[in-house]
Design a protein. Structure first.
Length: 221
């Protein structure tokens, strides 16, 4: 059994059935993704559209591709033919562009709105008011080629588990408040290799895990 298969098997035994595992394959070669695919993994996450598109062109078409990085509006067109879920939507302008490009391909693209929960300035995202403003917008109802399926958030990069816990709680609280008015919200995407168990305890339904599956990332290329 390969290391990737072993890692996936171990992970899947720890993950509750209702939690979707997004294998973060950014910077990883096609061969690693093929290994994970042979082990049964079908959901992969990338943070660069160009890299994801070249992998999509090469790999089996039953893979569900998730865009987990920040998205520039002018790049949406490249992934519109195939992307299943865009995680980090942080503006209405971006939603409109995704809808426009999805329409060209007669597709509906699923999206998550990113709530800023981390205290770091480098982390992107909407605040609670901006989030509600988008969901309450009459204009959103006209965007028939997107589905807003839930919320996504990234915790602070810190060893302080209490802080991370509070940030996850903040995202879940926001989700619960919105869910009663917007029953279409299903997904809470939070948690990565270092904190996914904490995230699941706080109500995450989707975790983004890379290094615990594929090993340390290679940024040399």
């Amino acid at each position: 059994m390969t290391a990737i298969k072993e890692n996936l098997t171990a992970l899947n035994t720890r993950l509750p059935k209702h939690v979707t595992l997004v294998a973060v394959s950014k910077t990883k070669p096609i061969t690693d993704i093929e290994e994970a695919y042979r082990a049964g993994q079908r959901v992969f996450g990338e943070n660069k559209i160009q890299e994801m598109t070249s992998k999509w062109e090469t790999l089996p078409k039953d893979i569900s591709w998730h865009m987990i990085g920040r998205v520039q509006t002018n790049k949406v067109k490249y992934m519109a033919p195939y992307v299943d879920l865009i995680h980090a939507v942080d503006s209405f302008k971006l939603l409109k562009e995704i809808n426009k490009q999805a329409k060209k391909h007669d597709r509906i693209i699923n999206c998550l709105l990113q709530l800023k929960i981390a205290q770091e300035d480098s982390k992107q995202g909407l605040n609670n008011d901006e989030l509600k403003s988008i969901l309450n917008s009459e204009e959103l109802k006209d965007l028939s080629n997107i589905h807003v399926k839930g919320l996504m958030g990234m915790a602070s990069f810190t060893q302080n588990q209490e802080q991370v816990l509070e940030e996850f709680k903040q995202l879940k609280l926001c989700f619960d408040e919105l869910k009663s008015s917007y029953p279409q919200l299903e997904i809470v995407s939070m948690g990565m290799s270092g904190d996914y168990q904490l995230a699941i305890e706080q109500g995450s339904t989707m975790v983004r895990i890379g290094s615990s599956i594929f090993g340390a990332r290679n940024y040399s290329h």
